[in-house]
Design a protein around this ligand. Structure first.
Ligand code: FPP
Length: 235
């Protein structure tokens, strides 16, 4: 059976999606939460064992208080409403990031949700909240360790046309494959996730080594014309 994938998603474009309709930014975040719900429920069936999503970066505190407060409310509502669905779907929910700057009530909700979904074996859904990869790396290094809370990412998806990591899983994405779409997060669908995963499965991952000969064959690379395939076929 194929190894289960770790997919990470930078859910970008909620504000633009709402703005283009003349709606408040929070409406975009609300639609974004609905997209996350459907993507998270479909992901285990597509071979995803870990799904990590960027919900709130440590730099997002710089946004207007109203938007920050609305997002925090949305996270609490999401965790409350998703706990039962996650238990039913065998999904373990975890929240990654700093907790010392979150309100006490939200931290309690997070802890309750993590406890109640702890046995979910089909997939881990990880929400990154008040998350900064640089902070996580510096923190681990100060203890003489490397960051180990999140496994290596196989596939990194970013929506809404931007092509950068924005301080998300810098360490864990050392060998991630990247997939970008112009669609905003509220427009993203399970079909898009399927497409991203099917394209990912066609990529040759070498991790600094050479592709195995069977990979050059299954990908239809011609050793006579592709120097890399020729080297691999000889190996
Ligand atoms: C980036 O879009 C998105 C965010 C900063 C928040 C992500 C939050 C959600 C998808 C809400 C649902 C999440 C949970 C866990 C309930 P943006 O607002 O920066 O978009 P813009 O670049 O178009 O302004």
């Amino acid at each position: 059976m194929a190894r289960r994938l770790h997919v990470a998603i930078i859910m970008d474009g909620n504000g633009r999606w709402a703005g283009s309709r003349g709606w408040p930014r929070l409406e975009g975040h609300r639609r974004g939460a609905a997209t996350l719900r459907s993507v998270a429920e479909a992901a285990p069936g597509l071979g995803v064992g870990e799904l990590t999503v960027y919900a709130f970066s440590s730099d997002n505190w710089k946004r207007p208080c109203e938007e920050v407060a609305g997002l925090m409310r949305l996270f609490a509502e999401y965790l409350e409403s998703e706990t039962r669905r996650c238990v039913e779907n065998g999904i373990r929910l975890r929240v990654e990031g700093r907790r010392d700057r979150l309100e006490g009530a939200l931290v309690e909700t997070i802890e309750r949700c993590e406890r109640r979904t702890a046995d979910g074996g089909r997939m881990t859904l990880r929400l990154a909240v008040d998350y900064s990869s640089r902070h996580a790396i510096a923190e681990a290094a100060s203890r003489g360790r490397t960051p180990d809370a999140v496994p290596d990412v196989d596939l990194m998806i970013r929506t809404a046309g931007e092509q950068r990591l924005s301080d998300f899983l810098l360490w864990e994405s050392a060998y991630a494959e990247f997939w970008f779409t112009k669609k905003t997060w509220p427009e993203f669908s399970v079909k898009d996730l399927e497409l991203a995963i099917s394209e990912f499965r066609l990529r040759v991952r070498k991790f600094g080594a050479l592709p195995a000969p069977h990979e050059t064959r299954t990908l239809g690379l011609d050793p006579r014309r592709d120097p890399l395939a020729a080297i691999a076929a000889d190996a």
